[in-house]
Design a protein around this ligand. Structure first.
Ligand SMILES: Nc1nc(=O)c2c([nH]1)NC[C@@H]1CN(c3ccc(C(=O)N[C@@H](CCC(=O)O)C(=O)O)cc3)C=[N+]21
Length: 281
């Protein structure tokens, strides 16, 4: 009987936060309070969960957060003015603008205006380019959290076939780059991919970030696969479920992340870690 390893993001994020506590204490001895500015425009529901959990975790590790909650009707000019102010504020080490933004705001224009050295999300084109060139400066938190979770469980990706489902700027594209930098053989699939399930069945490592509840079933994976589920969806019963049918896939997998308690808490831990890193420079 093979036992499936559960990749527990809650436990590892706890461990990372304990280490960060010591680093923030040392910074405070030098008179530096690491500070993160979080900008939320409107009322996206995933963003609100994120803001709430982030806030709690930041306080616990001794990191200051400055929340800017702006109305749905905020203009691009207003948001750019706030970013310009935060860019030059020496007491602010990290700036995060919650995505998605309302339709009147061009998010590409916004991410390009954040000082790359305060870009805790790693979404600025300069940081995206550095990641692609295998010289990362600031990494997107969710992909970074995934790599840390795999490393913690001694899952070596070198030489393995990693299949990514989804090509978003936040998860699919950057995790593909990170896996490639770690010497995996990477296939990126998405909503237009022909015979997608034939490709997922070939994965040694399967990363699913497509935003469809329980999309990956038992028949879509091979025995012994390592599954990372980035999805966060509400099912008909109002329960939080991933993009992977956990009940079906877990018995076949060698290792799998749960939802909740997998990738989500890791995203927050790496966001805090990146902010502390910026404050230490
Ligand atoms: N610029 C930007 N960067 C982001 O990284 C970003 C964003 N915008 N916009 C929204 C999404 C969503 N997101 C979450 C991260 C963690 C949890 C999280 O803590 N999840 C927990 C708890 C879930 C719960 O409390 O129900 C878990 O999965 O176990 C949720 C949501 C980051 N995002």
């Amino acid at each position: 009987m093979m036992m499936t390893e559960i990749l527990d993001g809650r436990a590892l994020s706890h461990k990372i936060r304990q280490q960060l506590k010591q680093r923030t204490a040392r910074l405070r001895e030098r008179g530096i309070v690491p500070a993160l500015a979080v900008i939320l425009v409107g009322t996206d529901s995933a963003s609100q969960i994120y803001v709430r959990n982030k806030h709690r975790a930041a306080a616990e590790v001794g990191l200051a957060t400055h929340d800017f909650k702006l109305p749905e009707t905020t203009t691009e000019e207003e948001l750019l003015a706030l970013i310009a102010k935060l860019n030059v504020d020496p007491s602010i080490h990290g700036i995060l603008v919650q995505l998605p933004l309302p339709p009147q705001i061009d998010s590409a224009k916004i991410t390009a205006e954040i000082d790359p050295s305060k870009d805790v999300d790693g979404f600025h084109p300069l940081n995206v380019g550095q990641l692609f060139l295998n010289n990362p400066q600031s990494l997107p938190c969710t992909p970074h959290g995934i790599m840390r979770l795999l490393a913690e469980h001694q899952i070596d990706v070198a030489g393995k076939h990693a299949v990514v489902v989804g090509r978003s700027n936040i998860v699919g594209r950057p995790i593909a780059a990170l896996l490639l930098n770690a010497d995996a053989t990477v296939t990126v699939t998405h909503s237009k991919t022909a015979n997608l399930r034939e490709l997922t069945r070939q994965a040694d490592i399967l990363i699913v970030a497509i935003g469809r509840a329980e999309f990956i079933k038992a028949a879509d994976v091979k025995p012994g696969v390592v599954v990372v589920d980035v999805g966060m969806n509400r099912n008909a019963a109002g329960k939080l479920v991933g993009d992977v049918d956990f009940t079906e896939v877990e018995p076949i997998a060698e290792a799998i992340t749960p939802v909740p308690g997998g990738v989500g808490p890791m995203t927050i831990a790496l966001l805090l870690e990146q902010t502390v890193k910026f404050a230490e420079r």
